[in-house]
Write a new protein. Structure first.
Length: 108
């Protein structure tokens, strides 16, 4: 559900993430095989974990690409609730005070 605060022409870098995850899978699989061949169990484990992470990312990217550019969550997902009125743009608290033309210590 659109809230009106995001740009209507925003694009997601899914295709780049797809290629980077493929590149990562290739290197992690190569590292896993190479470290297993030379009996380096610690490094092989690290490459195995990296391989699992890159495969998971690849699966999520493919899923998001198949959903399409216009995917919207169902009616059971509540809309984004904007910040309440009275908060400043730069953080928490009240909005900045206005200073009179005569300066902060003068009475008009």
């Amino acid at each position: 559900m659109r809230t009106g605060s995001e740009p209507s022409t925003a694009r997601s870098p899914l295709r780049m993430r797809l290629w980077l995850s493929l590149w990562g899978m290739l290197w992690a699989a190569f590292g896993l095989a190479a470290f297993l061949a030379v009996d380096r169990a610690g490094w092989a484990t690290a490459c195995g974990v990296l391989l699992v992470v890159t495969v998971t990312d690849f699966c999520l990217v493919v899923r998001h690409m198949r959903q399409g550019a216009r995917f919207q969550p169902g009616r059971d997902v509540p809309p984004y609730v904007p910040d309440p009125v009275g908060r400043s743009r730069h953080g928490r608290g009240s909005p900045p005070r206005r200073v009179s033309a005569g300066g902060p210590g003068r009475q008009p």
